[in-house]
Design a protein around this ligand. Structure first.
Ligand code: SAM
Length: 324
């Protein structure tokens, strides 16, 4: 099934057909990627960031956050523990922290790839040469959300950043053979339903392999502290539409969904999602990786498996690349 732009906008506007939409997304998920849920072990290794994204608690002007950086050898140790727990993919995420130069990242990547797992990076905007070096060392996937395709809104939300460079990153990553993940925030101030429809069409146009999206959640130490949070149902609808249009991609049930709704992750898994990313550094660092308040991170793998089984699904034991 394919939707034109106006149909997507109409679906986003009208809540009377939500059950039909979520059931259809669940069916498309089952037919294209099956009932297995891929678990990715998430390591949030630095909350130091040179950017000033107006919504994000890690933004450099936030002086109230307790900054941390995990040493390269310790990152590899966390990855080793995660692989021993059964994770087949490690996701390394951080702020844009220049301490992790090309050479430092390459050493970390090589150390993790020796563990025999798949590796996803989510460390922001880098040069083509950096992305190439990371790929040559064995990195498999890269996540970098476009955040919004509305250029004007992008500019307002990202002082000193450039929308075209963000797109350049996505294109470079595709060219280099990564599995590429992107996504958007839902509910940013001044964001329109039209621009959300454009976001979904953008995901399709660049043939994204993974889409992570979630509601915007206001952080008290940001310029958006007085803005309303995004709407859980609207974020779920954007996710369901993404599943219906892109069919066989990987879609995580994100932490932001759970933060706004206590059942958010399960509801997302039943409305198109097929990936969960438990945090493997939670006890030591996760409370400091505060991109928004009351972040509902999951860390207990056993607990996650129980939740997945309770909805009649099971945990995948393969690497979880996009199913073609
Ligand atoms: N620095 C990397 C990058 O730019 O891709 C990854 C880290 S960044 C903190 C990860 C994601 O957190 C962003 O892509 C953004 O969508 C999300 N995020 C940040 N602040 C948020 C907020 N207030 N509410 C919801 N999501 C947020």
């Amino acid at each position: 099934m394919n939707f034109a732009r106006q149909e997507i906008i109409d679906i986003l506007k009208d809540d009377s057909q939500n059950n039909w939409l979520f059931e259809l997304a669940d069916k498309v998920r089952r037919e294209n990627v099956g009932d297995k849920v891929h678990l990715r072990g998430l390591i949030e290794f630095s909350n130091i960031c040179k950017c000033r994204c107006c919504y994000c608690g890690l933004r450099s002007p936030n002086k109230l956050i307790d900054r941390y950086r995990i040493e390269p050898d310790d990152i590899i140790l966390y990855a080793k523990k995660a692989v021993e727990m059964g994770y087949k993919t490690i996701v390394l995420q951080s702020g844009e922290d220049e301490f992790y130069s090309r050479d430092v990242m390459c050493e970390i990547i090589k150390g993790i790839k020796e563990l025999g797992c798949a590796l996803t990076l989510s460390i922001g905007e880098r040069s083509f040469e950096d992305y190439k070096a990371f790929k040559d060392c064995g990195a498999d996937r890269y996540l970098i959300r476009i955040e919004t395709t509305d250029r004007q809104l992008y500019k307002k939300m990202h002082p000193n950043m450039d929308f075209d460079n963000r797109v350049r990153c996505l294109k470079d990553l595709k060219k280099l053979g990564y599995e590429v993940g992107t996504g958007c925030l839902v509910g940013l101030p001044e964001q329109t339903l039209e621009s959300l429809a454009d976001d979904v069409l953008f995901f399709k146009e660049i043939d994204a392999d993974m889409i992570g999206l979630g509601p915007f959640i206001a952080h008290p130490q940001t310029p958006l502290k007085d803005s309303a949070n995004g709407n859980f149902i609207l974020a779920l609808k954007v996710m369901a539409l993404t599943r219906i249009l892109l069919k066989n991609i990987n879609i995580p049930a994100t932490t932001a969904m759970e933060t706004l709704n206590p059942q958010g992750r399960v509801i997302a898994l039943q409305s198109g999602a097929n990936v969960v990313m438990p945090n493997v550094t939670l006890s030591d660092f996760s409370s400091k990786y505060e991109i928004y308040p009351d972040k509902c991170s999951l860390s207990d793998r056993g607990e996650v498996e129980k939740i997945i089984k309770s909805i009649g699904r099971s945990v995948s034991d393969d690497y979880g690349f996009r199913s073609r």
